[in-house]
Design a binder for this molecule. Structure first.
Ligand code: NIG
Ligand code: FE
Length: 404
């Protein structure tokens, strides 16, 4: 039995209530045993049965649930710093892709890399991600785009699951873009996805979700429907990259297919949001992608007002969001998406956990959940986002063990 004491403010981030309801406790304590939370409350009310628990001192820190990054493209070969400068000089994300950069240039480098090399790189990144207070990460494939290379990426994620205590959730994103060898035969690649890769990914249990990039430059709504339906048939739950560069009907499709989440939504329509709200599709905002591609930010306020639960994630990838700093994404979701700091925290914990099917284990500090929490050196969530520093994280606990 273990107890964390001397917590100035604890945000439990329970599911109930609305986007901004965090159910905070001042002068709190948390008790856990064998990695599972047993009790939370005011330290003064600590039941006598926990008197002999081993004590950890939070030194007056703020404590939040382990952050959940519910949208990353963690595993990839190479980097694309040249594109960063090109965009600053005025070249658009789409034009860079058309000129041979973009996703396909990462596909080339990813195909050339071995599982060992990719694992080494992703594991190094994951260690740094954990230091930002993140204890659950969703990871997408999508830079292989052949049966062999997509499986290779998903195997890297499987190795991460086996070797790290944090939660790693895998998503199959074979429909990230049309690979070069199928540029004149879209239907051919769609058939490979539906007939070969999806069945194998499902059979080998290499992913929980099936994602797709719905966009003029990637897949149409009709193509997405076919691919996601095929995924569903094999038990892979749908997720979508929707309405990022234009309003392409992705949000409506997400609602139609009962997707778990629709992500990006920079250009989502009011109608799309209404349909998402009706079906309880979570809207994932990815403000770092807007920051790095000089695109408009997702209007999170409009989403909350429409009744959509908003999760906040990084979209970490080598192109449109080469940054895994989730607290920074939260701060941008506040300043540009108009979420309050409390709303952003619920979006990066409870709702993010729900967006990747971890709601039973992660996303809040309450009895029965995994003992994943983070100590932050700040006064409260408002002050944390307001006086934003590089890292105010003072401790990261996963399943009750301090790993940072
Ligand atoms: O979520 N939109 C598509 N995929 C990524 C970008 C990937 C890349 O640029 O390599 C995204 O932004
Ligand atoms: Fe993405």
């Amino acid at each position: 039995m273990h107890v964390l004491k001397n917590i100035s403010i604890l945000y439990t981030c329970c599911y109930d209530g609305g986007q901004g309801d965090l159910y905070s406790i001042n002068d709190a304590a948390v008790v856990w045993h064998e990695g599972v939370i047993k009790w939370t409350g005011k330290e003064l009310d600590l039941p006598a049965e926990f008197n002999s628990a081993e004590v950890y001192d939070a030194n007056g820190a703020m404590v939040i649930p382990g952050l959940v990054d519910c949208h990353t493209h963690l595993c990839f070969g190479g980097w694309r710093p040249d594109e960063f400068e090109m965009r600053i000089r005025g070249e658009s994300y789409l034009n860079i892709a058309k000129a041979g950069g973009g996703i396909l240039s990462t596909v080339k480098k990813t195909r050339e890399a071995s599982v060992e090399k990719l694992y080494e790189k992703s594991a190094g990144l994951l260690q740094k991600i954990i230091r930002q207070g993140i204890t659950s990460v969703e990871c997408k494939s999508g830079y292989g785009l052949t049966l062999k290379d997509e499986i290779k990426l998903l195997k890297v994620y499987k190795l991460l699951q086996e070797n790290f205590s944090v939660n790693v959730v895998s998503t199959f994103l074979g429909a990230h873009t049309i690979p070069p060898e199928y540029l004149n035969n879209r239907e051919g690649y769609i058939r490979v996805l539906i007939d070969e890769i999806i069945p194998l990914v499902a059979e080998e249990k290499l992913a929980v979700f099936c994602d797709i990039f719905v966009e003029e430059s990637a897949f149409s709504v009709d193509e997405a429907r076919r691919i996601l339906e095929a995924g569903k048939k094999y038990g892979l739950k749908p997720k979508l990259h929707a309405d990022q560069l234009s309003d392409g009907g992705g949000a409506e499709l997400a609602a139609e297919l009962d997707a778990v989440s629709a992500d990006h939504l920079e250009h989502v329509s009011e109608k799309g949001l209404q349909k998402m709200a009706e079906k309880g599709v979570i809207g994932v905002t990815l403000p770092l992608a807007s920051l790095y591609t000089q695109q408009p930010y997702t209007n999170c306020r409009q989403m909350v007002d429409a009744g959509v639960k908003v999760a906040v994630a990084t979209d970490f990838n080598p192109g449109s969001a080469p940054c895994y700093h989730l607290p920074l994404a939260m701060m941008l979701a506040c300043n540009h998406g108009r979420l309050t700091p409390s709303e952003a925290l619920k979006g990066a914990t409870n709702y993010a956990a729900k967006a990747i099917g971890l709601e039973k284990k992660a996303g809040s500090i309450e009895a029965g959940k995994q003992a994943d929490f983070v100590l932050i050196d700040t006064a409260d969530v408002n002050f944390w986002m307001y006086h934003f520093g590089g890292s105010s994280v003072r401790g990261v606990f996963v399943k009750g063990k301090q790993i940072h």
